[in-house]
Structures are given as C-alpha cells and as structure tokens.
Design a protein around this ligand. Sequence first.
Ligand code: COI
Length: 355
Amino acid sequence: MNTSNFSISVKKITQSKLPNIDFSKLAFGHIFSDHMFVCDYKDGKWQNPRIEPYAPFLVAPSMSVFHYGQAVFEGMKAYKDDKGNVFLFRPTENYARMNKSCRRMAIPEFPEELFDQGLKTLVTLDKDWVQPGVGNSLYLRPFVIATSEGVQANPATEYRFMIITSPVQSYYTTKEVKVKIADHYSRAANGGFGFAKAAGNYAGQFYPTALAKEEGFQQIIWTDDATHELLEECGTMNVVFRIGNTLVSPPPTERILDGVTRKSVLAVADKLGIDFQSRPITVTELIEAAENGTLQEIFGCGTAAVISPVTAFNYKGKDYQLPTIEKSYASQIKEILINIQYNKAEDPFGWRVKI
Ligand code: COI
C-alpha cells in the first residue's frame, strides 16, 4: 500500500464521554466514541481530512443523499488483546470493497491510503474505547454520503466520507435464530447492486424482515429475484450450509456481497481440512438435505455477528429444525477466527493489523 502521508488535522474533545459509559450493557451501535474522521469531496477532489469531536452537523433539506440515496458504508472492528494492543482485521479488504461499492453507486472513489491513515489515527486516538476481553470490540463504521444540494436526479458533485466508531458486544441477543426462506421478496436483482454495501440494500430489507418477525422469525434467507430457488444471503450476512461434512455457500455474484468474514470462514475451513464448496445451492437441495437428515448446520457470517448459527428454518409455511451438534463447524471456525482477532493465537493468514 502507498504510504504517502496526508495531513489530517485533529481537534480533540475537551472532556471524554468514557467515564459515563456502562460497558456491561451495550446495545449494538447506539453509543459512539469521542471522535470521528471526516473528509469532503468538492471541486473534483477529496480534501480537508480531519478528526473532530463526534457531533451532529447541519445539512440542507435538499441534500442529495436524502432524495436519491447515494450512500455506501463498511463494517469493521478493532479488537484489544490482554496486553492492551489494538488490532484491525483484514482492513484492506474493506478499503477495496468500499471503492467497489462507490463505483457502482457513481460515487468518487476514496483514496485507500487516506482511508488507512484516517482510520488508524482515529482508532489510536479513541483506543480506550476498545474494551479488552473476547466479545468486546469497537465497531468501525466508514461511510460516504452525497452532500450536494438540489433535487435533480443526477449523481452529486459533493460528498462526505466519515468514520464513526461504536463500542459493541454481541449483535444478536437471542439464542434461538429461526429464519424464513423468502418466496416472494428479494434483496437484490441481476444487474442491480446487491454486491455493493449500499444503504438501499439494507433499507429494502426492513419491510419484509418486519413481516417475517411478525410471524416469529428473526431473519430472512434471501433467494434470487428471478426464481426464488437460489439461496443467497441470511439477513444482513452471507450464509453457509453444512450438508454432511461439506460446507456450501453461494459465491459472491452481482447479487451477493463479497463478505470479509465469509472469505475468512472459507480459509479457516480449508486449514481445518473441511471441504468448503463455494457454489450455488437451491432451496430444493436444502429441503432434500433437511428431509434426508444430511443437513447439519446453517449459519450466517458477517462482521457484526461474526458467525450466527440458525436453529430452524421455514419454507412456505413448513418448519424444519436443525439438529443440535456438539462440536459444530460454526463453533470450531468461530473460535479460530476470534483467537486470531484477539491475538490469542498465531495468525497464519497475516490478517491481523496492529495499530
Ligand atoms: C455486517 O455484519 O458486516 C453488517 O454489515 C451488519 C450491519 C448491517 C450492522
């Protein structure tokens, strides 16, 4: 990576909010650390990178993002080991993916070196917000929004890149995760932008997910828009199925996000000698496996929840229960990932980045 230095100005808070935070009960993503990174795009270039106290800012009602939704984001985490060292996990994957999302949403790409420098300066400044202990982390939320004023339906000419950070623990609070397989709604379409971490991909999920929740399901397993036969993602996560002793996960396509956790699960499975097939999988294959007893596990994987096992699923009104497995692949892989993230084990992949 190019290490050219950008000049990032830093304005610190006068009094930290830290002493007022009860780290024993954190709802995911509700509390934000003392500082934020900001950089604006104007006159054809990214400029004025700065760190400021986390605070609301004034915007015009005609600001483009409110009307046409040009917005992309990333999700990352910082972890602390027992000695107080702070680490990022595969950050360059997020830099690259954010720019892939930007390209698709007609947003100017953000320089990766500036992303790297801004993120590391911010996390270093707020390192006391990264609590030690497995399960604690600082969730990092880089995002870009279109800030031009005006309601013409065109790409904006001005943008703001920001990174805000939030101390978190677990994403899901319930043990039971029952999911519904979508047979009508879909989160992405061919030629669309399902692969991008674009805000609209999440907004479009809220209504069908709320309907599924009314029926008693926590999440939806999304299927393709054309046939509703291809299994695609689970809620806001990639999805992995264990049939017999093989893990199967739909590969990233233009409809499916190329998840960093999914990629990491694949590499860890490979290291453990577990067969991992990155290939399309159909609802028919899943139902057959559930009925003939070969379906062992389903889990979602993403930065926020890491690995989230599914306990049961429903398809067109019929329930299917997943077996309870002693040493599940999900738990074995999660343990290895966590040990790498919290510097509790060797990192044979070179994923950990010390700040
Ligand atoms: C992730 O797990 O990476 C996510 O993007 C979840 C986020 C929507 C909270």
